[in-house]
Unconditional design. Structure first.
Length: 463
């Protein structure tokens, strides 16, 4: 799994630029690191690479260590090959003189740097240059160019589909630099040597530079939060505020032509900041359990509780509609249509994942207004299943947590779980049907949950 821990650039976001940099608010850096994201890192390591952390917790948490375990540039950094930090991948490739030369020139061209700045950057050692490229800051006093605070949302920068990596094309200018940095990492780091011939790039539309700025019909943008790998044969792709219909067109043709998948489902959701990507309105918990926003439920779409007049009037509204079309490689010209998100997800559980019982849905905010919308905004649906039935979520979404408890899930706070795993009171392999709550007062301000903050490279088959 690829991750990126909050860097100093998050502490440089100012109110006047927050929305340009895709943040709704400014965050307190020390809190987001020590009291929130560090819990996430620890839990990932206990589950994915316990040898890096087990038995060392008192040393790691000691004030004298000054968080060295979590700092990519420090010799005590955990440097796991299973929980992989992007900053040290970038530092690794910058040790190559030619790559360093190209990246310095490319970043300086994007950011409009002077020739003198370009020379100064080239003189920096790889680890320091890696930090500058990400944070925009050479030292605590000098900002060279804007930070890329969205780099913590690694899900968006690329998608591993079987033996291939599909690169993104970000919709917003604020993410241009991170997309370029990731392209160089994927093509040049030894970790991805086996993928180098299987990296997929989607091109812009022909003559895209002649298309009027206000027309987005042929614009091609794609972000990983809109792509879900359901099985090795089936991929979901969203059309949203960040991913365009033309991108889905190109990606679908590419995946079918190369025989990478057999089935692609397009899910078109309203182009609203509230939703952003499809993983902000639903994610998978188990083979037969999903969490989703009730706005897109069959009951709400069909207006089953409305009176006859209200039903007719409300059905005319277009802003909350969802369109679902499934293409199958063996019969592309006859797509399958689904009336609701629940219908699609039920079909996936039963036909792709061979579930025999009833498929369950847990709703944001327990489907109670206004908690459903409030908690979806703070990523109640953007959960990460670290193993089947074991999910990471924010502690602030009380009604959603209540819904999980009602569906038989154990609820445990991150600090309690870490204590039990460190002291052999609980084995990660034995944990089932559990929601792990991580503190989120500052993390939630960044507008992304743990699904966004993870990019899977290798997935275990669901047994």
């Amino acid at each position: 799994m690829l991750v990126h821990s909050p860097d100093s650039g998050l502490g440089k976001v100012v109110p006047s630029k927050a929305q340009d940099w895709l943040f709704e608010d400014i965050v307190h850096l020390d809190t987001i690191r020590r009291k929130e994201y560090d819990y996430y890192t620890k839990i990932l390591l206990y589950f994915l690479d316990p040898s890096k952390i087990k038995g060392r917790l008192s040393e790691i948490d000691d004030e004298k260590s000054r968080r060295s375990f979590f700092k990519p540039g420090n010799e005590n950094f955990f440097r796991s090959e299973k929980v992989i930090e992007l900053e040290w991948l970038l530092a690794d490739i910058l040790r190559n003189h030619e790559i360093k030369l190209k990246l310095v020139a490319a970043v300086c061209a994007i950011e409009g740097c002077s020739y003198a700045t370009q020379n100064d950057l080239f003189s920096l050692p790889p680890q320091q240059l890696s930090k500058v490229f990400i944070s925009g800051t050479a030292n605590d006093d000098e900002m060279i160019f804007p930070p890329i605070p969205n780099f913590i949302f690694t899900r968006d920068i690329g998608i591993v589909i079987n033996d291939y990596i599909l690169l993104n094309k970000p919709a917003k200018k604020a993410r241009t630099r991170e997309a370029m940095l990731m392209k160089y990492i994927f093509f040049n780091h030894p970790l991805f040597a086996g993928y180098h011939d299987n990296i997929l790039e989607i091109s812009d539309s022909p003559h895209h530079f002649l298309i009027p700025r206000e027309s987005d019909e042929k614009k091609i943008t794609l972000e990983g939060g809109d792509v879900m790998v359901i099985t090795k044969d089936h991929v979901l792709i969203g059309v949203s505020e960040r991913t365009t219909l033309e991108a889905v067109h190109q990606v679908s043709n590419l995946l079918f032509e190369k025989n990478i998948v057999k089935k692609i489902t397009m899910i078109k959701i309203p182009k609203k900041r509230d939703f952003m990507h499809i993983d902000t309105i639903f994610t998978q918990v188990k083979r037969d359990v999903w969490v989703m926003l009730g706005t897109f439920s069959r009951k709400r779409i069909k207006m089953e509780d409305a009176d006859p007049v209200q039903k007719v009037l409300e059905m005319e509204r277009k802003d909350e509609k969802i369109t679902i079309i499934q293409f199958r490689k063996k019969n592309i010209e006859e797509p399958v249509y689904f009336d609701s998100l629940e219908e699609l997800l039920t079909d996936i559980s039963k036909n792709d994942l061979n579930c025999e019982g009833k498929v369950k849905f847990i709703y944001s905010g327990n489907n109670e207004f206004p908690f459903d919308a409030r908690e979806q905004w703070t990523d109640s649906c953007n959960l990460l299943a670290i193993k089947e039935g074991v999910i990471l979520g924010y502690d602030r979404n009380d009604k959603t947590v209540e819904a999980f408890r009602e569906h038989g899930f154990k609820i445990v706070n991150a600090d309690e779980l870490i204590y039990k795993m460190e002291n052999d009171k609980l084995d990660p392999e034995e944990i089932e049907d559990t929601m792990i709550l991580i503190p989120s007062a500052e993390l939630s301000r960044a507008r992304g949950g743990f699904h966004c903050m993870s990019m899977p490279l290798l997935r275990d088959e669901i047994s």
